[in-house]
Write a protein that binds this ligand. Structure first.
Ligand code: PRP
Length: 213
C-alpha cells in the first residue's frame, strides 16, 4: 500500500483538522511533539503522511499530486483556482468574504463608481466586481491588515474575511456587501481520486458522518 499524503493549511484550521481526524481514528502522534523542526509526519500503521504548508500553497501541492488530499479554506480554493476536486465541507472555520468600508462608501458601490478595492484576494475581488456586479474597479493587492486601507485612504473599500466582525467594529468599518460564505474544505488531486478511490471514498464516508453529527 502506498502512502496517502495530506497537506494541511497552517494556522487556525490545522488544529481543528487534526481534532476531526482524531475523532475518526486517524492520529499522528509525531505531529504533536512541541519544538520539533520536522516537516513531514507519518502514521506507519495507516500508511498516511501529513505536512503543514502555508494556506495558499495547499491547492498547489494537491494539483501537482505532491499531496493526494488537502484541507484549506474555501477562500484559498477560490483565490488559487487550481485544478483540484473539492469533496467535502468540513463545517469549521466558518466566516464570510465581504466588501467592507465606511458607511459613506455604500453609495459608491450602489452607483458603480470607479473605486479602489484593497484585498489579499485579487481574484475573488475581480470575479465579484467584474462578473457578479459588473462594476469596473481598481484592485490593489495587500498581504495583511487589509482594514488599514480605507482608514489611511489607500482605497474606498476592501474585500476581506469577516469572522466575528470585531476588527471592523473596532475600526469603525462595516460590511457593505457579502460576497460568499466560507469554511474549511477538503480537496483531492483528480488522479489520486481515481487511483486511490477506495481509500479516499472510505475516508470521506467517515468524515462526512462525523461532520454531520
Ligand atoms: C483576518 C481577516 C480580518 C480578520 C477578521 O485577518 O483578514 O482582518 O481576520 O476577523 P474578525 O471578523 O473576527 O475580526 P488575520 O487575523 O488572519 O490576519 P491578516 O489581517 O494579517 O490577514
Amino acid at each position: 500500500m502506498r502512502y496517502l499524503t495530506f497537506a494541511l493549511g497552517k494556522g487556525r484550521l490545522a488544529n481543528q483538522t487534526l481534532e476531526l481526524f482524531e475523532k475518526i481514528g486517524i492520529t499522528c502522534e509525531e505531529m504533536k511533539e512541541k519544538g520539533s523542526r520536522k516537516l513531514i509526519f507519518t502514521n506507519e500503521e495507516l500508511k498516511l503522511r501529513f505536512f503543514l504548508a502555508k494556506g495558499p500553497d495547499v491547492p498547489t501541492y494537491v494539483e501537482y499530486g505532491a499531496a493526494d488530499i488537502g484541507v484549506v479554506g474555501k477562500d484559498t480554493i477560490l483565490e488559487e483556482g487550481r485544478k483540484v476536486h473539492e469533496v467535502l465541507d468540513l463545517g469549521y472555520g466558518k466566516c464570510k468574504m465581504c466588501v467592507c468600508g465606511y458607511q459613506d462608501a455604500a453609495p459608491l458601490l450602489q452607483n458603480h463608481e470607479l473605486i479602489r478595492v484593497a484585498t489579499k484576494y485579487p481574484n475573488i475581488a475581480k470575479d465579484y466586481f467584474y462578473n457578479t456586479k459588473h462594476q469596473t474597479v481598481e484592485i490593489i493587492k495587500l498581504n495583511g491588515s487589509i482594514e488599514l486601507a480605507p482608514i489611511v485612504g489607500l482605497s474606498e473599500v476592501i474585500v476581506d474575511i469577516v469572522e466575528t466582525g470585531s476588527t471592523l467594529r473596532e475600526n469603525g468599518l462595516e460590511v457593505l456587501e457579502e460576497v460568499c460564505p466560507l469554511s474549511a474544505r477538503m480537496i483531492v488531486n483528480p488522479v489520486s481520486m481515481r487511483m486511490e478511490n477506495d481509500r479516499i471514498k472510505e475516508l470521506l464516508l467517515r468524515l462526512r458522518a462525523q461532520v454531520q453529527m
